[in-house]
Design a binder for this molecule. Structure first.
Ligand SMILES: NC(=O)c1ccc[n+]([C@@H]2O[C@H](COP(=O)([O-])OP(=O)(O)OC[C@H]3O[C@@H](n4cnc5c(N)ncnc54)[C@H](OP(=O)(O)O)[C@@H]3O)[C@@H](O)[C@H]2O)c1
Length: 341
């Protein structure tokens, strides 16, 4: 088998291919011949030593994939060889062969291609749990989706549309036309525009009901201001830590000190809520993830969800996939193709 590892922390060039013996699944595991891996921003942060909890190099990475089951352990009951599946992975989907606990494996919906399967699990479950389990987002409400043109962002747009919500999206300017085509009513370029002012214009000074914010730092202050009464801000990433291609102590410190401090009394008197979400830290709450997967499967059946795939890189060019995302060139998901060995 082949896998892509980070040899050390650093720029995308630290991603290298290495050869390894094919693994054998344990009793509760399936062995998947991987076809496609979805690249997530957290892997860029892990490569740069900016992702707490990620394994230290040399290590492979990766949180989601789609492939065909090759063999199963003796206790596996839900899956069999030949099944097409999508799966959540624990830092091991940058690989031609993946051993995974059967609990992390989901049958590929009939409507989905293998590419779509690799672009689905992580971003849709994340968007779904934030918007509906935490955010209680409903028909007619307004959501502000930061990073609307990204993986989680495009998933959130489709979910907001599924319940007939109103959408304001922030993204780099060149993505706005595509966002409007997807049904985003109002777009803001958060790199150059005053986000608070624009949100107030779009909402007649009311603010928004829900915000999902992976930008971090100063942006969390602005987001808080943009909330309506009973509005909820969900914090789920901190992309502001990523400046340049390698870790910088000064940038990291600046970022830490730019984070807002909230006062509980202020939350009460202003009727605002702040919440956090981290899919990778939900061990022991798998039933909640399963519930989201079931609800999402229903929406897939109804034809309401279809992952936006931007570009697919061969695994020998995994470094280029990271570059592409870091250079803000992606609209939707970037995948790595692991079919050829
Ligand atoms: N908490 C969780 O459980 C969870 C789960 C999944 C993802 N996440 C987080 O959600 C966020 C989005 O993840 P994703 O995988 O869907 O990625 P993504 O949104 O596709 O990420 C790439 C986009 O992020 C924007 N961006 C913002 N700051 C950036 C920076 N400093 N450098 C480069 N690009 C930047 C760029 O779009 P614009 O140019 O349009 O700004 C870029 O095209 C990440 O922060 C990720 O860690 C969290």
């Amino acid at each position: 088998m082949k896998e892509v590892i980070i040899t050390k922390y650093g720029a995308p060039s630290v991603l290298q291919v290495r050869e390894k013996r094919n693994p054998n699944p344990r009793e509760d595991e399936v062995l998947v011949r991987n076809h496609f891996t979805g690249v997530n921003f957290s892997e860029i942060m892990a490569r740069m030593r900016l992702y707490p909890g990620a394994p230290k190099p040399p290590t492979t990475l990766g949180a989601e994939a789609c492939g065909i089951i090759e063999s199963v352990g003796k206790n596996v009951t839900r899956h069999k060889p030949g099944d097409k599946v999508m799966l959540f992975c624990k830092y091991n989907s940058y690989s031609t062969h993946i051993c995974s606990d059967e609990q992390l494996v989901i049958p590929l919906p009939e409507k989905f291609s293998m590419e779509e399967g690799a672009a689905f699990p992580l971003v849709y479950v994340t968007a779904y749990m934030m918007m509906f389990d935490l955010g209680n987002f409903r028909k007619g409400e307004t959501i502000l989706i930061h990073g609307a043109g990204g993986g989680v962002g495009t998933a959130a747009i489709q979910l907001a549309q599924a319940v007939e919500g109103n959408i304001i999206g922030t993204a780099s300017q060149w993505k706005h036309a595509k966002l409007k085509e997807m049904g985003v009513q109002n777009c803001i370029d958060y790199n150059s525009e005053d986000v608070y002012k624009r949100v107030m214009e779009f909402t007649g000074n009311r603010g928004v009901d829900l915000i999902i914010d992976p930008v971090g730092g100063k942006n969390w202050k602005i987001s808080y201001k943009c909330l309506s009464k009973m509005g909820k801000l969900i914090i789920y990433g901190d992309q502001s830590f990523v400046k340049g291609k390698t870790f910088s102590f000064i940038t990291t410190m600046k970022e830490v000190f730019s984070m807002p401090k909230y006062r509980p009394m202020d939350l009460m008197s202003k009727n605002k809520s702040i919440m956090g979400y981290h899919l990778g830290r939900l061990a022991g709450e798998e039933d909640k993830i399963q519930r989201a997967v079931l609800a999402l499967s229903q929406l897939v059946q109804e034809g309401k969800l279809s992952p936006v795939i931007d570009k697919i890189f061969p695994f020998t060019e995994a470094d280029k996939a990271h570059e592409y995302i870091q250079n803000r060139k992606n609209f939707g998901k970037v995948l790595i193709d692991f079919r050829e060995e």
